[in-house]
Design a protein around this ligand. Sequence first.
Ligand SMILES: Nc1ncnc2c1ncn2[C@@H]1O[C@H](COP(=O)(O)OP(=O)(O)OP(=O)(O)O)[C@@H](O)[C@H]1O
Ligand SMILES: O=C(O)C1=C[C@@H](O)[C@@H](O)[C@H](O)C1
Ligand SMILES: [Mg+2]
Length: 188
Amino acid sequence: MQHTEQDNSPVRHTGQAPIFLIGMMGAGKTTIGRGLARSLGREFLDLDHELEARCGVSIPTIFDIEGEAGFRRRETQVLQEITLRRDLVLATGGGAVVAPENQELLRTRGIVLYLKAGSDELFRRVAKDKNRPMLLTANPKARIVELLKQREPIYERLADFTIETSHGSINTVLDAIDQLLKDYQQRG
Ligand SMILES: Nc1ncnc2c1ncn2[C@@H]1O[C@H](COP(=O)(O)OP(=O)(O)OP(=O)(O)O)[C@@H](O)[C@H]1O
Ligand SMILES: O=C(O)C1=C[C@@H](O)[C@@H](O)[C@H](O)C1
Ligand SMILES: [Mg+2]
């Protein structure tokens, strides 16, 4: 499916531009994304859940069978399709911003919100969860620090808005995003 064709279709321009949440594992993309979609009356999709639903297996199983490269190929394929949807809040996967092709899709097709958190807090949030294959190493904390270092410049560069999620409650973060989006819409 050619991106240029879709850009010219009437469907593409009906409704509001999609909102894409980016950030590290544990930054709150799924949690905040769901709440934001509810408050905006939009559809919510989570890229990780979408991949699992389409493959019929969990993310760790996709990594086991196809490796990270296979997972990333599937991630790009699904992103190409779902970033075209309007009136959507999309929680991306933590590593979805790494491929330049994905960066282009996110940058050109919607509003990008970077949910930012420090490595200590990220580790606290994901430490007990075994469903993140990127963290199945001897020292998951060091892995988070390393991934954050690699990815932070990409998150920063892609973001239309950055929201700190390390401190404060989920509702505080949701209120801050509501306010940002209102200001943005008023500016036109
Ligand atoms: N202020 C906050 N904002 C977001 N999440 C918070 C906050 N405070 C605590 N949390 C908790 O942090 C966790 C965030 O995990 P979540 O699965 O939403 O992250 P994610 O960015 O989707 O990660 P992944 O990329 O691995 O899917 C949740 O358990 C949530 O309840
Ligand atoms: O940070 C990452 O590379 C990942 C984050 C998760 O959202 C999943 O997309 C997967 O576990 C890989
Ligand atoms: Mg998530």
